[in-house]
Design a protein around this ligand. Structure first.
Ligand code: ADP
Ligand code: MG
Length: 252
């Protein structure tokens, strides 16, 4: 039974992912310093900033492999983690893609993509085939990682990350290891697939180009803080201070 009256065009604005005032200290220094973010389903937010500013630490806390000193993480309006309550990483329905994405070498391509899946053998095989078809690698379903190029392996990693239909995808410089020629194609393919699945994406990068290309929203980070947040064009054309100007011009 439907408990609420739905009005066309009006959807309740519950973020898929919300972090509130996240803080992480190492040796007394706040490397993540009061970071807050909201990401809606289907939205790509880029956490952009120079090396060492706290991007990966932020991502690891959301993934649940690092514990925050204070602050809260919410998924679809439900508390996932604060300083006393903690949903374990494997129950957060979060997909991960990192630069060293390492497929399991001893598993077939199908085995890799099926890794995080539950259900019957037939259901898993169908989902694996669906995703390999989407990344255009169905012909390699029974192949092994070493038989694939770097770009192909990256696409298998993408299929693997998407297979369990994660609500959220966390990506830490996932395209850094690829050469320029491949990178654009894979970025576009990744975006298309993520949008199709309505996944909320937090993409970490130190490259303004990548953020400009992929983000619906950019959160510019420096020294553990988000110093500016908004549409890519606005962040790029209206830097808030000299350090931001320097960051954007150094990167070019
Ligand atoms: P980014 O991903 O933006 O390059 P990180 O989140 O990896 O930055 O690191 C932010 C800061 O925290 C860095 O100065 C790093 O050296 C420090 N740091 C990260 N993890 C640890 C740790 N486990 N112990 C001590 N310092 C750490
Ligand atoms: Mg990092």
């Amino acid at each position: 039974m439907q408990s609420e009256i739905e009005q066309p065009g009006i959807t309740p604005a519950v973020p898929r992912l919300e972090i509130r005032n996240l803080v992480r200290r190492f040796q007394g220094r706040a490397v993540v310093d009061n970071v807050s973010l909201r990401i809606m389903p289907g939205q790509v937010t880029c956490l952009l900033g120079p090396s060492g500013c706290g991007k990966s630490t932020t991502l690891r806390m959301i993934a649940g492999v690092e514990m925050q000193d204070s602050g809260e993480i919410w998924v679809d309006g439900k508390l996932v983690c604060d300083t006393v309550f903690r949903v374990p990483p494997e129950r957060r329905e979060i997909g991960l893609m990192f630069q060293d994405f390492a497929l399991f070498p001893h598993l077939s391509v199908a085995g890799n993509v099926a890794f995080g899946l539950r259900g019957s053998k037939e259901e898993k095989r169908a989902r694996v085939a669906e995703l390999l078809d989407k990344v255009d690698l169905l012909q390699f379903i029974d192949g092994y990682p070493h038989q694939l190029s770097g770009g192909e392996q990256q696409r298998v990693a993408l299929a693997r990350a998407l297979a369990p239909r994660p609500r959220i995808m966390l990506m830490d410089e996932p395209f850094s290891g690829l050469d320029n020629r491949l990178r654009d194609g894979i970025r576009d393919e990744t975006l298309t697939l993520l949008k199709e699945e309505d996944t909320a994406v937090l993409l970490v990068t130190h490259e303004p180009d990548e953020a400009m290309r992929m983000a619906d929203e950019i959160a510019l980070m420096r020294d553990g803080r988000i110093v500016q947040q908004g549409a890519p064009y606005n962040v790029y054309t209206r830097p808030v201070d000299r350090a931001s100007v320097a960051f954007f011009s150094d990167a070019n």
